[in-house]
Design a protein around this ligand. Structure first.
Ligand code: FAD
Length: 489
């Protein structure tokens, strides 16, 4: 085992980790990021499209794990997409330098101002909407598609049909901004550049077009010369050291997941940015195994952001189908949030199967009135969830209402041909909470009861934010690290 002493360590290179790294480096501090996934850019490996999964498809598995494309065998490799299965829910996550930004749909959605205020009553809403959200949008390079491009691009028929059908059923739709460069996509469409979104790439990584974190925050951070990213480095546990330091047990692996070195790292300041599930597992495991002291709020107020995947088959009567080719990048949302009885926001999702399957897919985001919790299971030696049908009751009622209303005026059936008879209550892309801002941490992400230990990722958000969450995670990280730098350094 190698012993190392490092001032500032960040665990994880997703949204929280990337923001912390850039801002610490800009203010003159050396920073080390430990990331269990691969540095894809450095490796020279290519990402693979959904219909021909390659190395990037799955995290150390021999079968693919995307929600629909489960028929493929694959070779064991440190791929970009991981999934953790619990009894009533499956949680998908990104792995690699850039975290979730490598695999996600790039939707950069501003939460409703009122709801943000409700979720975070102690934060200054005006300051967030005037300063931290615009800053996050600028750094993430958020942009919107040109309306005439969307109107004429055959790869967006699924969205056009989705919007028309929603309007016919009396729902309101909104245009959703994204970090995918739409000017690049226009060039793809005209065959001027290699295709990515128009070639079925997204959930196993995009080779072009998408401004994932390795192209934005992390690139800028590395340009300072002060940020050192160690990929294929997994933190196994945290122990409290002398004088409020932390000792990390780290394994370095190869791309087969085999351990090639063990390291012990002592750090003065520790930033836990391993994503909601990664951060909670590290904290709860270290508390169980190494007596790391935690406050009782850790593990509480966890939620799935009301994720509910649903769909409709035989979308033909009115529209003639959803199109042969789908861009993988969503641009439309159905906004029913202000309906008191059935509040939801839904992404009009692509289903790039390479043929017209006349199926509409929706990722609904619902409020989460009843939160779950996360705990350490000493038998499996892993974290476990308290999460049941009760927690998704509102989401299910909303989905029933939505599908019924859509089918009544547009024709079609519930998507029995997809997953779980078309009701994916157990599909979660947005795990949030468990180390909530102002509860488990103070108002700046410092873990209560622990010095020099900071939590900056999705676990700060109490289980719900009403829209896709990465813009909010980024804005919260900007706010936290600004205060931490001015007060703790
Ligand atoms: P993450 O981005 O998850 O980063 C955490 C990093 O820590 C990972 O790279 C992980 O490998 C690393 N890590 C974990 N444990 C350890 C350890 N022990 N040692 C070392 N490293 C570790 N959100 C949106 O807003 N818009 C979308 O369009 C969207 N689409 C999505 C589509 C999919 C398929 C998925 C899975 C998610 C999607 N999301 C979307 C959600 C979004 O990607 C996440 O909310 C976001 O990435 C969470 O950011 P984070 O900073 O909390 O952590």
């Amino acid at each position: 085992t190698e012993n190392l002493e490092i001032e500032n360590v960040i665990i994880g290179s997703g949204y929280g980790g990337a923001v912390v790294a850039l801002r610490l480096a800009e203010s003159g501090h050396e920073v080390t990021i430990l990331e269990m996934g691969l540095n894809w850019e450095k490796s020279g490996e290519k990402f693979s499209p959904m219909i021909s999964p390659g190395k990037s498809a799955a995290w150390l598995r021999t079968k693919t794990i995307a929600p629909f494309f489960n028929i493929f065998n694959t070779k064991k490799y440190t791929g970009t997409l991981d999934r953790w299965d619990f009894s009533n829910i499956k949680i998908w996550m990104g792995r690699g330098v850039g975290g979730g930004s490598l695999v996600n749909g790039g939707m950069a959605v501003l939460p409703k101002k009122d709801y943000f205020g409700e979720v975070f009553p102690e934060l200054n809403t005006e300051e967030f909407y005037g300063k931290y959200f615009p800053l996050a949008e600028k750094e993430l390079e958020v942009n919107s598609a040109d309306e005439s491009f969307l109107e004429n691009c055959s790869f967006y028929k699924f969205n056009k049909v989705g919007e028309q059908e929603a309007h016919k059923a009396g729902f309101k739709t909104v245009r959703v901004p994204n970090v995918y460069d739409f000017k690049y996509m226009e060039d793809e469409y005209e065959n001027k550049v290699p295709r990515s979104a128009l070639a079925g790439e997204v959930i196993y990584g995009n080779n072009y077009g998408k401004k994932s974190l390795d192209k934005t925050y992390l690139k800028k951070a590395q340009e300072t010369g002060k940020v050192h990213i160690h990929d294929l480095h997994k933190v196994e546990s945290i122990t409290k050291g002398l004088e409020n330091t932390y000792i990390l047990e780290v394994i370095q692996t190869n791309t087969l997941g085999e351990t090639i070195a063990k390291k012990k790292i002592i750090c003065k300041k520790l930033f836990l940015c391993a994503g909601t599930m990664g951060t909670l597992e590290l904290l709860l495991k270290s508390s169980n195994d190494n007596k790391l002291t935690l406050n009782s709020e850790v593990g509480q107020n966890w939620g799935n952001n009301g994720n509910f995947m649903t769909g409709r088959n035989f979308v033909k009567t009115f529209s003639g189908g959803t199109g042969v080719n789908h861009s993988t990048i969503p641009v439309g949302g159905i906004d029913n949030w202000d309906d008191k009885e059935h509040p939801f926001f839904s992404e009009i999702a692509p289903l790039p199967m390479g043929m017209d399957v006349a199926t509409s897919l929706y990722l609904m985001i619902n409020p989460v009135p009843k939160k779950g919790s996360v705990f350490f299971n000493p038998i499996s030696k892993k974290i476990d969830l308290q999460w049941s049908a009760e927690n998704v009751a509102l989401a299910r009622t909303n989905a029933e209402y939505f599908i019924k209303k859509m089918n009544k005026v547009n024709g079609g059936t519930r998507a029995h041909l997809l997953f779980n008879n078309g009701f994916g209550a157990d599909i979660c892309y947005h795990p949030l909470g468990g180390a909530v801002l102002g509860k488990a941490t103070d108002m700046m992400g410092r873990l209560k009861g622990s010095e020099n230990l900071y939590i900056i990722d999705g676990s700060l958000i109490p289980g719900t934010i009403g829209v896709n969450p990465f813009l909010t995670i980024t804005a919260l990280a900007e706010y936290c690290i600004e205060h931490i730098i001015s007060e703790d350094y």
